[in-house]
Design a protein around this ligand. Structure first.
Ligand code: IVH
Length: 674
């Protein structure tokens, strides 16, 4: 290549890479595979390595981070960066709307709704479309110069796009403002890496984003997956912007700046409430944290009339969600024993309203987590409950630790049956060694046996099983079938009729299937999908009972650990006795036809959206058992896409590529026909 050809190629590569960044981060629609993107980048790096004189500040290769700084220089904001007033209920929103309508002397005013992103506000200055510098909000007047770090965020354009239309062109000097945040994916990846390196874990995505943005070494920032959505502008010189906020947001998009897809223009307060409720219901599935909805007056001239009060605009409000993190106190730490004997420390909390419900317990996971967080009785802690996730203790507020607390130690014997506890190498869990001698394990094992996906015994609830074990009417699952109606009706709060129904349910459900029976036994790590694989592979119980480790590992989703649990389970005499007693009691199932020929062999499936009847992971297991391959992305090689509700872009892609799409009913009938 001549040097002119090199220059041309460098420009071409930069253009291609920038275009792809735009498709990927702004349009959310990648047009080339990641590998191809990486190749373009590698080629550019190679040419720039060879001809360093071709490197420019705004080359996409310059996002990788630069040498560390000693401290961040200060930047004075030419236009102050304000904060927002809050509303916490519909009354406060009604008052906000009333103030605005009165001041503007209008019956109804147009608002734009946006999500309130839970990250950090930043300002980015562009001159002639070129990224010049970036600053944090700081105290609103003076921020920190985080230019090098912000440059590493791939979704932020280093050059604004000029579409060639005069009235859509970016102003000569324009300051774009928005929020830097970390997605849940980025956060989990970061904490996984921190764990691997034995380094401090970040408490939540916001802290992780803040910690990553305020790195003196921008090479570290470059490795963190930070995201950005713009929501406004500061300085505007040498050009104009649209007359409405909604217009501004779409203009930002044409310049190549990422903007949240969750925005809407509305006039009526009722529509604002509707939007708020809709976003609240999808909050856990957005993939990033938000803490409310921001409503802004749409017309910029009306914003000017409204003006400001102290440090917040009168034309905008943040309608907050119930917080997902709250402070509370640890009243006690208890240790629970699960079905497999695992000891789980659980914090009893002073009741606290968090994530929309009152929380009184939070898991402390296991001994290592407890040690790492050093949670003690009497501590003030941050509790988090996001979506339907089990509440957890994130962190102790050390400043508030009372005097004379003691470190919590996991017990050396089982709190229920006093058997020794053991911790296997490489495992985080401490287990009671009592097995089915331990009444906690007995109770949990029986609850599991009776549960819906196992033997499905109606009316046999947790409390009843606890009573039965405590009164020593039953020890193990086979004793259930010896219960009489008289025994049951003598129990507290047990009507004659209910007792009869339970006995009937026990009898009626004696006919089951091999996979349900296997699942019901409660073998460690054998969930219902694994049980199904085992049943289909071996066909009968005797074959599974006598299977070797090697033959078990031939089953689709059985690895060495699961295989070992299965062999261990069947090698224990008391388990064999319970199985024999169950068979004697009349529990039975039809033989399973072993499928040697895999009906879906060679077919590739992609699953997208939410299925009502099962989790995606289960659907995948069913398909694997039938010999299919399950892939994460749709391509020409995909044979079927299974689309549940809210299927997203994969279903669209399938449509484009003319791949057959099955809805849930179609998928279930496909499974049923095999
Ligand atoms: S507008 C003049 N819009 O919330 C208006 N802020 O409480 C200033 N934030 O510092 C901000 N999402 O960090 C605006 N869609 C959004 C926002 C948003 C998150 C943050 C921002 C700001 C803080 C104010």
């Amino acid at each position: 290549m001549s040097s002119q050809e090199k220059i041309n190629r460098v420009n071409e590569l930069r253009e291609l890479i920038n275009q792809n960044n735009y498709h990927y981060y702004v349009q959310d629609e990648p047009v080339i595979p990641d590998a191809e993107y990486d190749r373009l980048m590698q080629e550019l790096i190679a040419i720039e390595d060879e001809f360093p004189e071709l490197i420019t500040d705004s080359s996409p290769t310059q996002r990788v981070g630069a040498v560390p700084l000693d401290s961040f220089p200060e930047i004075k904001h030419e236009v102050p960066m304000l904060s927002l007033g809050n509303a916490f209920d519909e009354d406060e929103m009604t008052a906000f709307d009333k103030r605005i309508r009165e001041k503007l002397e209008m019956d109804s005013v147009e608002y734009v709704a946006e999500t309130k992103l839970d990250g950090l506000a930043i300002s980015i200055l562009y001159e002639d479309g070129q990224f010049i510098r970036a600053a944090t909000r700081g105290d609103g007047t003076t921020g920190e110069d985080v230019t090098l770090n912000v440059k590493t965020i791939k979704s932020i354009p280093l050059n604004l796009i000029d579409v060639g239309l005069l009235d859509e062109k970016y102003p000569e000097r324009v300051e774009i403002r928005g929020e830097v945040f970390m997605t849940h994916d980025g956060f989990n990846k970061l904490n996984d890496k921190q764990k691997e390196k034995d380094e401090k874990l970040f408490v939540n995505p916001r802290n992780a984003a803040a910690g990553s943005l305020r790195q003196l070494d921008s090479r570290i920032t470059a490795e963190r997956h930070l995201s950005f959505f713009a929501y406004g502008v500061g300085i505007v010189e040498g050009g104009t912007i649209p007359e409405t906020h909604a217009g501004l947001l779409s203009r930002l998009k044409t310049w190549g700046v990422p903007v949240s897809p969750e925005t809407m223009v509305m006039r009526k307060l009722a529509a604002c409430f509707e939007f708020y409720k809709n976003i609240a219901s999808r909050r856990a599935s957005l993939g990033y944290d938000i803490d409310g909805v921001v409503f802004k007056v749409n017309r910029l001239d009306q914003q000017d009339i409204m003006g400001y009060v102290s440090r917040a605009p009168r034309w905008a409000v943040a309608y907050k969600f119930a917080p997902e993190e709250e402070l509370t106190e640890i009243l006690d730490i208890e240790v629970q024993v699960g079905r497999t004997g695992a000891l789980t420390p659980v914090a009893r909390l002073k009741p606290v309203f968090v994530g929309g419900v009152t929380v009184t317990n939070a898991t402390l996971h296991n001994e290592d987590e407890l040690k790492r967080k050093d949670v003690r009785i009497g501590d003030t802690v941050i509790v988090r409950r996001a979506g339907d996730v089990i509440p957890e203790v994130l962190k102790v507020v050390m400043e508030r630790r009372p005097a004379k607390t003691v470190e919590f130690k996991m017990p050396s014997s089982c709190p229920i049956c006093s058997s020794d506890v053991e911790r296997e190498e490489g495992e985080a869990v401490i287990r009671c060694s009592g097995g089915l001698y331990c009444s906690a394990q007995q109770i949990q094992a029986i609850i599991h046996f009776a549960s819906r996906r196992a033997m499905n015994i109606d009316g046999l609830g947790d409390k009843l099983i606890e009573q039965l074990v405590e009164k020593k009417l039953i020890n193990n699952v086979s004793d259930l079938y010896k219960l009489t109606q008289e025994q049951l009706s003598e129990l507290e709060r047990m009507a004659e009729k209910s007792a009869m129904n339970i006995i009937a349910a026990l009898n009626n459900n004696k006919e089951t299937s091999l996979d349900r029976f296997l699942y019901a036994l409660g073998i460690r790590e054998v969930g219902d999908a694994t049980a199904r694989s085992l049943a289909n592979h071996f066909g009968n119980l005797v074959a599974i009972q006598s299977a070797t480790l090697e033959s078990l590992e031939e089953v689709a989703d059985v690895g060495p650990i699961v295989a070992k649990h299965i062999v261990t389970f069947f090698s224990q005499n008391h388990n064999q006795e319970v199985i024999n007693a169950l068979l004697t009691a009349g529990v039975h199932w039809p033989d399973v036809e072993i499928k040697t020929e895999q009906p879906l062999q060679g077919k590739t499936f992609v699953i997208t959206g939410t299925l009502d009847s099962m989790k995606r992971e289960e659907a995948k297991q069913h398909l694997l058992e039938l010999g299919a391959k399950v892939s994460g992305s749709v391509s020409k090689k995909t044979d079927y896409v299974i689309a549940g509700s809210d299927p997203g872009s994969k279903a669209e892609k399938a449509h484009k590529l003319e791949v057959e799409i099955l809805d849930e009913a179609g998928f279930l009938s496909l499974l049923g026909n095999q």
